[in-house]
Design a protein around this ligand. Structure first.
Ligand SMILES: [Zn+2]
Length: 480
């Protein structure tokens, strides 16, 4: 982890500096922040390279390395600028960022957040990597004479970064080291933050009636868990402001409806929804939000074996409705159905959002740029869309109508878990979930298959798990 220092002491000579500047004020900014000699060289290089907004230029002056970051003042959020900058400064042990006069305080903390998100790496299993291959950045000093910066004001941003990084850690971990039991133990450790964590083991799940979730888990040696995480930041009232539900299939082989081998390794990430819920609750606790939130995650492994559920089996859900399981690879919705019923019954939650890597079809529709959102409350969906846009985790709404819902009717049970057609796969999955939403509950469903993993590496999401959903939920909770 990098340390961020907000102070205005004199710089130690030789400390690498980062100059932030708008293009139109480049000359003045360079002259104000650097020695005459350095400013001259810097300006020459910038002109030669014809720099534009978003560019980063670096060079070695005789005294210190210098980085020039061109940003646009119209940019509302500087998180991305921080993430882009990181790539250039990561091999310096420390850098000082000279904050320009026209930059607002929030921009400074956003930049630190960007560095924190962009610098994430999952390298614990690389035993042969040499020291020189690791990033060196340890300290980032922000210098702004015109601002009253403080480490205290950075806390909410650090909390957000922490939640995202935690969700990434959980999701990146291979499935042999992130079984339902291991994951529930890991979540339990969060109680030191004031979170109330309750783990329901297989026995408790049986007595509570998590029949669909148990049906998914019954083919695996690794026993399932349901974890309930509560953040009660508003002790004045007993109501829960928001319920979050996450799909936590720690490995999805597909069950008897086995997936093809190619790419199956990605299915260790089929618990990314649960990770996002846990990460969001961690943020709520670290930020000490004055709200009451309950998160429920269902942790199961979906495996083929002699004890696995068969295609065609009928199981009665916790709600009492029966489900014909035609495809054992459509297991996420089975787990979510019981979780949704449970959170509404047990905590009388009136507003609930579930998040899941649910359907491949959502990638056909939206690719890897946006998640899908569906639900029964346009107000809640709009809030989710707004939070997604503000947090940089964008979502796009798909329709839910009774015509789609009918596609889930079964001949021999109340419903089936897949429709017979491949059409509208993300929508029919959501229609299935809708059947487990009680009257009077506002519900939104986020399908994040496609968003949970970054394959190329972007400034704020290095390769691997993205932690998608944590930032969106954090933004939503802030405005509850
Ligand atoms: Zn599946």
């Amino acid at each position: 982890m990098t340390e961020y220092v907000f102070e205005n002491k004199r710089l130690t000579s030789g400390t690498p500096v980062v100059i932030l500047s708008e293009l139109k004020t480049l000359k003045q900014t360079l002259e104000a922040s650097l020695s005459d000699e350095e400013a001259k060289i810097a300006l020459h290089i910038c002109r030669k390279k014809e720099v534009k907004s978003g560019d980063v230029v670096s060079f070695e002056s005789p005294h210190r390395p210098i980085f020039i970051v061109i940003f646009d003042h119209a940019q509302k959020d500087l998180t991305l600028t921080g993430g882009k900058m990181y790539k250039h400064i990561k091999n310096e042990a420390s850098v000082a960022i000279i904050v320009p006069q026209n930059l607002k305080e929030e921009g400074v903390y956003q930049m630190a957040l960007g560095i924190e998100l962009g610098s994430y790496s999952f390298d614990k299993y690389l035993t042969k990597r040499e020291d020189k291959d690791f990033a060196k950045l340890e300290t980032v000093i922000f210098k702004a004479k015109h601002l009253d910066l403080s480490a205290k004001k950075y806390v909410p941003y650090a909390a957000l970064a922490n939640g995202v990084r935690y969700a990434r850690d959980l999701t990146n971990e291979p499935a042999n080291n992130m079984t339902p039991e291991i994951m529930s133990d890991d979540i339990k450790r969060l109680s030191y933050l004031g979170l109330d964590v309750e783990v329901l083991d297989e026995k408790r799940m049986k007595s509570c009636g998590f029949n669909l979730a148990l049906a998914v888990a019954q083919g695996s040696e690794n026993k399932p868990r349901v974890v309930v995480i509560k953040w009660l930041g508003n002790k004045e009232k007993s109501d829960i402001d928001l319920g979050l539900v996450g799909k936590g299939v720690t490995f999805d082989a597909g069950g008897i409806s086995l997936k093809p081998g190619n790419g199956m390794w990605d299915m260790k990430q089929d618990m990314a929804g649960a990770a996002a819920v846990v990460g969001a609750l961690k943020v709520a606790a670290l930020q000490k939000l004055p709200i009451n939130v309950v998160g429920v995650v269902g942790l199961v492994e979906n495996m083929p074996s002699g004890s696995a559920i068969r295609p065609g089996d009928v199981v009665a859900s916790m709600s009492g409705q029966t489900v014909e399981i035609l495809n054992t690879d459509a297991e996420g919705r089975l787990v979510l159905a019981d979780l949704l019923w449970y959170i509404q019954s047990e905590y009388r939650v009136k507003k609930v959002i579930d998040i899941a890597t649910l359907t491949g079809a959502i990638m056909v529709a939206l690719g890897t740029e946006m998640a899908g959102v569906m639900g029964n409350s346009q107000k809640l969906i709009d809030d989710v869309k707004k939070a997604g846009f503000a947090s940089g985790e964008e979502v796009w709404q798909l329709p839910l109508t009774s015509a789609y819902n009918k596609m889930m009717d079964s001949e021999i049970a109340d419903m089936k878990n897949i429709s017979e057609s491949r059409n509208a796969g993300s929508i029919t999955a959501a229609c299935f979930l809708e059947r487990f939403i009680k009257k009077g509950t506002s519900w939104a469903h986020l399908d994040i298959a496609g968003m949970d993993k970054e394959t190329k590496g972007k400034p704020l999401t290095p390769k691997g798990a993205t932690g998608f959903g944590v930032k969106l939920f954090a933004e939503l909770m802030k405005n509850l």
